[in-house]
Design a protein. Structure first.
Length: 471
C-alpha cells in the first residue's frame, strides 16, 4: 500500500443563487390529478406554451413558491400515455410517480416540487422531454421550500429517475436501487435507447431515505442510451450521490454537482460516454465523498466495461472533513480525464493527507498499466493512495503532462468558498494553453485550457442565474 505525493492544483466552484424557474402570476383552475391537461397553457386552449404565445418564455409562469391551490397541480397517481406540464402551474409530487407508455413534456420555466417520499420515475416505455433555457430553467425541488422554507434540507424528497434498455454489464434485466417496493428493471440490447432530454434542469434537496441507509440520488440514469440528451444540468444538495449512471452510454456537457453528501458523479455497471465541462463542489457539513467514483461492479471482468471519458472538469473538495477525495477508481474499471483542475480535499479522520486519487485494487492498476486509464494534461493537488497489495507506481503513471503547483490555489486565482465560489482561472495562470487540445478524442471540444471555465471567456457559465449555490 503506497502513498505518493503527486501534482498539485487548484479549483473551486461557482456561486449563484439560481432562480427557481420563472415567476409572475398564473391563471387557471385548481387541478388534482396525476397529470396536467396535456394541452399546454393551463387553460385548455392547446397552444402548449404556458404564456399564450407558444414559446414558453415564462411571462405567465407560476410563482415557484406559490401555496395558492389555484396554481398547484397535485400529482398523486402514475401517468400512463404521457402528459404535458406547463409553467403556469406548479406540480407537486405526492408519492412515487411512474410515467409509462408516452412522453412527459415539461415546458421551460416549470417548477416541480416533491413531498417527502416522492420521486419521478421515467420508465423504459416512456421518456421525458425537459428542455428549459438559461432564462427559464426547469426546476425539481422540495415542497418544503415553499411550505417550510426555514427547514428545507437534503432528502426532503426523492429525486429524478430515468430508466432505459441500453446495455449494462449486470445483464438485460437488472434491478434498480432505491425503490420502496416493486423496483423496475433496466438494461437490454438497445444502445440508442432514448430516455429523453434534460437541458437547463436543476434538481435540488433530493435523496429521501427509502429504507435505512438507502437513499435516492439527485438524478439517476439506468441504462440510458446514446439518443439521450443531457446538457446544462445541476444536482444540488442531495443526501446521496449527485448524479449516478448505471450502465448505458450517452454524452453530456455542462454538469454541475454541488453539496452531494456522497459521491458527486458516480458511474458504474458499464457506463460509457463523453462528458465535458463539469463543476463539482463538495460541502464540508456533511463532507462529500468522492468527486468521481468509477467502478465496474461486483464482477470485475463483466462487459461492457465502465469507461467514462471526462474533459474540462473543476473538482473542489470539501476543504475540511474526513472523506473528501477527487477520483476513486475500483473493480477493474477504465477511465480517462483531461484538461481538469482538482483539489481542496480533506481526510482528517483517517490521518491521511488529502487525496486526489484512490486506486482500490490490483485489477484496476492493471487496466492503467495496459493503457486503459489516463489522467493527463491536468492540474491537481493532493496525494494518491494505492490500496493494491502488489502496489502500483502511480507517481509515474500520473506523469503525462500533468502540472505541479504550490497547492494553495493562489496561482489560479480560484475561490473555493462554499456557497459563493469562483472557478474561472486567472487569464495569466497555468490553466491557459496547457490543455490537451487536439490530443482529446473526437467528439470533445478540443480546447487547450484547463478546468470547467475558459480563463479567457468574457462570461463565466458557472455564474449563470439558472444555477443555485445556496448552502
Amino acid at each position: 500500500m503506497n502513498t505518493k505525493n503527486i501534482f498539485s492544483a487548484l479549483l473551486i466552484a461557482p456561486l449563484i443563487l439560481g432562480a427557481l424557474g420563472c415567476a409572475d402570476d398564473a391563471e387557471g383552475n385548481t387541478t388534482d390529478l396525476s397529470s396536467s391537461s396535456g394541452d399546454g397553457d393551463g387553460d385548455g386552449d392547446g397552444d402548449g406554451d404556458g404564456d399564450g404565445d407558444g414559446d414558453g418564455d415564462g411571462d405567465l409562469c407560476a410563482d415557484p413558491l406559490t401555496t395558492d391551490a389555484a396554481d398547484i397541480v397535485a400529482v398523486n397517481a402514475n401517468i400512463e400515455g404521457g402528459a404535458s406540464w406547463t409553467c403556469d402551474k406548479v406540480y407537486v409530487l405526492e408519492n412515487f410517480i411512474t410515467v409509462t407508455n408516452g412522453v412527459l413534456e415539461i415546458e421551460p420555466g416549470t417548477t416541480i416540487r416533491g413531498q417527502g417520499g416522492s420521486a419521478l420515475v421515467i420508465e423504459k416505455s416512456a421518456r421525458v422531454e425537459a428542455s428549459g433555457s438559461a432564462d427559464a430553467p426547469i426546476v425539481f425541488t422540495a415542497d418544503t421550500l415553499a411550505t417550510s422554507p426555514a427547514t428545507v434540507a437534503r432528502g426532503d424528497w426523492g429525486g429524478l429517475v430515468l430508466i432505459g434498455e441500453a446495455p449494462a454489464n449486470c445483464g438485460t434485466s437488472c434491478t434498480a436501487e432505491g425503490f420502496p417496493s416493486s423496483a423496475p428493471s433496466y438494461g437490454g440490447d438497445v444502445p440508442t435507447h432514448n430516455c429523453g432530454s434534460l437541458e437547463f434542469v436543476r434538481v435540488e434537496y433530493a435523496g429521501f431515505e427509502v429504507t435505512a441507509g438507502n437513499e435516492l440520488n439527485g438524478i439517476t440514469f439506468y441504462g440510458c442510451g446514446t439518443d439521450t440528451t443531457v446538457s446544462h444540468v445541476q444536482s444540488h444538495m442531495g443526501s446521496d450521490d449527485g448524479i449516478e449512471m448505471f450502465g448505458g452510454s450517452f454524452d453530456a456537457d455542462h454538469l454541475v454537482v454541488t453539496g452531494a453528501a456522497d459521491d458527486s458523479l458516480d458511474m458504474d455497471l458499464g457506463f460509457s460516454g463523453q462528458i465535458q465541462y463539469v463543476l463539482i463542489h463538495q460541502d464540508s457539513a456533511p463532507a462529500g465523498d468522492n468527486g468521481f467514483e468509477v467502478s465496474n461492479g461486483g464482477d470485475f471482468a463483466a462487459t461492457p466495461r465502465t469507461n467514462p471519458l471526462i474533459a474540462n472538469a473543476t473538482v473542489v473538495g470539501s476543504g475540511t472533513g474526513d472523506k473528501s477525495t477527487g477520483i476513486f477508481l475500483k473493480e477493474q474499471t477504465n477511465f480517462s480525464i483531461w484538461n481538469s483542475i482538482l483539489g481542496n480535499y480533506a481526510n482528517d479522520a483517517t490521518s491521511m493527507t488529502p487525496l486526489m486519487l484512490i486506486v482500490e485494487d490490483d485489477e484496476t492498476c492493471a487496466e492503467w498499466m495496459a493503457g486503459n486509464i489516463a489522467i493527463d494534461f491536468d492540474i491537481a493537488i493532493g496525494d494518491v493512495f494505492d490500496k493494491t497489495p502488489s502496489g502500483c507506481d502511480l507517481g509515474s503513471l500520473l506523469g503525462n503532462n500533468n502540472l505541479t503547483d504550490t497547492g494553495d490555489f493562489t496561482g489560479l486565482s480560484l475561490d473555493p468558498t462554499w456557497g459563493a465560489p469562483n472557478v474561472q482561472p486567472d487569464p495569466g495562470s497555468s490553466a491557459v494553453g496547457n490543455g490537451a487540445g487536439t490530443a482529446l478524442p473526437a467528439g470533445f471540444d478540443q480546447v487547450t485550457y484547463l478546468g470547467a471555465v475558459d480563463p479567457l471567456a468574457a462570461e463565466d457559465w458557472t455564474q449563470a442565474a439558472w444555477l443555485n449555490f445556496a448552502p
